[in-house]
Design a protein around this ligand. Structure first.
Ligand SMILES: C[S@@+](CC[C@H](N)C(=O)[O-])C[C@H]1O[C@@H](n2cnc3c(N)ncnc32)[C@H](O)[C@@H]1O
Length: 272
């Protein structure tokens, strides 16, 4: 495969890629995307998170203390794959298109990304409660994008009402999430963040805004589970201060990117 992977003797090119990702080396998206089919590669620039953004988002979440991270609408799984190799957190992708789930699964096996898993489901029927970190790359935009020149495919029904339903599902899940839940958004998710969240950091990267949010809360709000406890177990003896990391601004992920900006536009309505 590509010489850029510098495979050592006997090493497959995906294994070389995984080794370089774990080591924090810069990887070109075109190189990483060779893991996927031609159809999936052809819309990568528009619909899938660039590696540099995926790395940064995963590091924000993991360094902030998230251990179970959900990519909502994971596509072929770039964020989960990169995050699982680059951080110590576990990543789950939920995706409605079965062929993308299958591609993500194959890529995880090829890369040896053991902490990445992929579930074929629609968000509306998926249980978000086990997760303490979320990632969104404007996942429902295709429902309100007219005349998209680069659609992912034509296998799903698209409708503005579905956009409203899915965004509403996300808002509900985020409001229900325990205090301390972390959320990374790239180009938002289609609505302003619920007021229960405050922004910890943001930056411009690859033509869009990457932001990290934490759920704050009052004494009535559900609390984040201590590590090791089971999903659904809530504890009231944790401090009520929002966020597990008191000063996330001091933590800098080690990579930055140089890839082309994606074309997916923001529809989040954030005021900045
Ligand atoms: C813009 S792509 C982002 C893919 C991936 N998160 C990334 O950043 O590379 C949005 C993905 O969300 C998926 N999606 C949209 N609505 C969904 C829903 N209700 N349930 C599950 N997946 C959904 C789409 O099929 C698409 O693959």
């Amino acid at each position: 495969m590509d010489d850029g992977n510098k495979a050592v003797q006997g090493e497959s090119w995906p294994a070389a890629l995984a080794r370089r990702l774990r080591a924090g080396e810069r990887i070109a998206d075109a190189q990483f995307d060779q893991l996927f089919t031609a159809q999936t590669r052809s819309v990568s620039f528009r619909h899938w998170t660039p590696i540099s953004v995926a790395t940064r988002a995963a590091c924000f979440l993991a360094e902030g203390g998230a251990t179970e991270i959900l990519d909502v609408g994971s596509g072929p799984g770039k964020v989960c794959l990169v995050g699982a190799l680059r951080t110590g957190a576990r990543f789950t992708g939920v995706e409605q298109r079965q062929r993308l789930v299958e591609e993500a699964h194959v890529a995880a096996v090829e890369l040896g990304a053991d902490r990445a898993r992929f579930v074929h489901a629609n968000l509306v029927e998926f249980d978000c409660s086990p997760f303490d970190g979320f990632y969104f790359y404007n996942p429902f935009q295709e429902h309100i994008e007219e005349d998209d020149l680069w659609p992912i495919d034509e296998t799903i029904q698209r409708a503005p009402e579905l956009h409203r339903t899915y965004v509403g599902t996300v808002v509900d899940a985020l409001i229900r999430a325990p205090v301390g839940t972390l959320v990374a958004t790239f180009h938002g998710f289609g609505a302003p963040m619920p007021r229960e969240y405050r922004r910890l950091r943001r930056e411009q990267i690859c033509g869009g805004e990457l932001a990290l949010w934490v759920r704050g809360g009052s004494s009535q709000a559900p609390r984040r589970r201590p590590e090791g406890s089971r999903p659904g177990e809530l504890h009231s003896d944790e401090p009520s201060a929002a966020g597990p990391n008191p000063n996330p601004e001091t933590k800098e992920p080690s990579l930055s990117g140089d890839v082309e900006p994606p074309l997916l536009r923001s529809s989040d309505g954030h005021q900045g």
